[in-house]
Design a protein around this ligand. Structure first.
Ligand SMILES: Cc1cc2nc3c(=O)[nH]c(=O)nc-3n(C[C@H](O)[C@H](O)[C@H](O)COP(=O)(O)O)c2cc1C
Length: 476
């Protein structure tokens, strides 16, 4: 039988129990010697993550962990579900350790699906209670598995003078299939993915979308030899796999970008899109009626905005196109004209100012007036506190206004916030017969857009985050 196209997967037995500080490349060298093996060009060594974690001291003991309120909350959420599924419940201290290792909790069901700080999506942030000695000890994923792989590859390369690759592996469950499989969490010398796009298949068709997760396949092959339980084979040598050496490889390209992840984060991606895509729409709207119920649904969402002492000082008036609204806009324009004439502005200036918004207000299928209801503002004897209370009322209704704008965006409605009512408060109150405690604050024109609006530039992050200096003059 020809030996071509064969891959050998050789488990290295007799690896001792690893302690913090142990040199893993030496451990591997000793194991190879015991097996009377030496390294060859193109060999791949797959190392179980637990080995690296132990040598790096990435171990925590549950007795040292105090669960936070969030951990206890998650405990209450997941444990009944775990019991229902007949799987062991989780210690709140373990949940805390998982939180500490996670960038995000993706799902809290009968298991905790997390995004680790490296960006891996896996159960329990990759924390493992098995294959670790000592009561209450758990292993954490290595902090930087690529770096660990690189260090080991460099040492072995110089010892054996061979070009090899290293994979640090773990076993992860998968979203749509039962059963954990081996995956790579760190690499050195080998690209995690193999892009086959553009290559031809058996029948000469160009592959359009095939990208192979080669290091995960290799980690899975190694897993078959490593086993999950007490086989005690945390290092596997793979020989005969044809790959291109890449000295700069990292695990990062195998992590699907959030915007391309159709499952895990779809809700959050939607929210991110809404936050980024909302624009102030100052153009002609489509000639299409907007259902008043839609606006009410958006105001219903706007109720959930934060407000100072939960005062919920916002009041919304929905105005469809009618005679009263027309009268209101005309009167506001008359006032604006008079104010500007009093300011001695030129006729051209006044005309352009009025024209700027007049059509938008008249033509908007819906015009919403937002008022601050001062009735529930705290009353103070002094001016400063009264003023502050007023400010927090304005801040609060602004929060609701933002929720409202985002809710409209979610319903594919375009809108713009206009400050005109601020300059015609009494007039608006009189024409619309608003309660005495109301202060008109803003208009929102709402309708279906006819065009896509380009986003105005935003200031760079570094220009809006002010770094506070410590006393020693250093940045905090
Ligand atoms: C408090 C406030 C008042 C605003 N007043 C007006 C206004 O009177 N006229 C106007 O054309 N746009 C007004 N805008 C919209 C801003 O011009 C717009 O939000 C800004 O240019 C950023 O554009 P974007 O909302 O598309 O990101 C106002 C926005 C806010 C938050």
């Amino acid at each position: 039988m020809s030996l071509e196209n064969q891959i050998q997967v050789i488990g290295l037995k007799s690896i001792p129990l690893i302690k913090e500080g142990d040199d893993i490349s030496q451990v591997i060298t000793d194991a190879l010697e015991k097996h009377k093996l030496t390294l060859e060009n193109g060999d791949i060594i797959v190392i179980a993550q637990s080995l690296i974690s132990k040598s790096n001291g990435r171990i925590r003991n549950l007795s040292d962990i105090k669960p936070s309120g969030r951990a206890l909350e998650l405990y209450e959420t997941i444990n009944p579900k775990a019991k229902n599924q007949g799987i062991p419940t989780k210690d709140p201290r373990l949940i805390q350790a998982i939180l500490d290792e996670s960038k995000d909790i993706i799902r809290a069901e009968h298991v905790l699906i997390t995004e680790t700080k490296h960006g891996f999506i896996c159960a329990d942030a990759g924390i493992d209670k098995s294959n670790i000695e000592g009561e209450g000890n758990v292993t954490l994923l290595p902090k930087n598995p690529d770096e660990d792989a690189e260090t080991i590859r460099k040492v072995l390369k110089s010892k054996f003078n061979k070009d090899i690759a290293i994979i640090i592996s773990d076993s992860f469950g998968r979203a749509f299939r039962i059963g954990a499989v081996g995956v790579a969490v760190g690499v050195s010398g080998i690209d995690p993915i193999l892009d086959k796009r553009g290559e031809k298949d058996l029948f000469g068709y160009e592959l359009q979308s095939t990208i192979m997760g080669q290091v995960d396949s290799l980690a899975s092959a190694a897993q078959l030899v490593m086993g999950e339980a007490d086989e005690g084979i945390p290092v596997v040598l793979i020989r005969g796999y044809n790959f291109e050496l890449n000295e700069n490889a990292t695990i990062k390209p195998i992590i699907r970008k959030k915007e391309l992840d159709l499952f895990v984060d779809s809700e959050r991606i939607k929210l991110t899109k809404i936050l980024r895509n909302r624009r102030s729409y100052k153009f002609q709207f489509e000639n299409k009626k907007v259902d008043k119920n839609l606006i009410e649904e958006c105001i219903e969402l706007a109720r959930w905005a934060p407000s100072a002492h939960n005062g919920q000082f916002w009041r919304y008036c929905i105005m469809e196109k009618d005679i009263l609204r027309e009268k209101l806009i005309n009167k506001m324009n008359e006032k604006l004209k008079k104010d500007l004439q009093d300011d001695r502005k030129s006729n051209d200036f006044i005309e352009s100012k009025i024209n700027k918004t007049r059509t938008n207000f008249f033509e908007a299928p819906i015009l919403v007036l937002l008022c601050l209801d001062t009735i529930d503002l705290e009353k103070y004897p002094d001016r400063e506190r009264t003023q502050n209370e007023f400010i927090l009322g304005v801040q609060s209704i602004s929060c609701s206004a933002i929720y409202f704008l985002l809710a409209l965006e979610m319903k594919n409605l375009a809108a713009c916030w206009y400050c005109a009512p601020l300059f015609a408060k009494d007039l608006i109150k009189e024409i619309l017969q608003l309660p005495e405690s109301y202060i008109p604050m803003a208009f929102f024109t709402v309708g279906y857009p006819l065009k896509v609006v380009k986003a105005p530039l935003r200031r760079e992050l570094k220009n809006i985050i002010y770094e506070i200096k410590t006393n020693s003059g250093q940045k905090s």
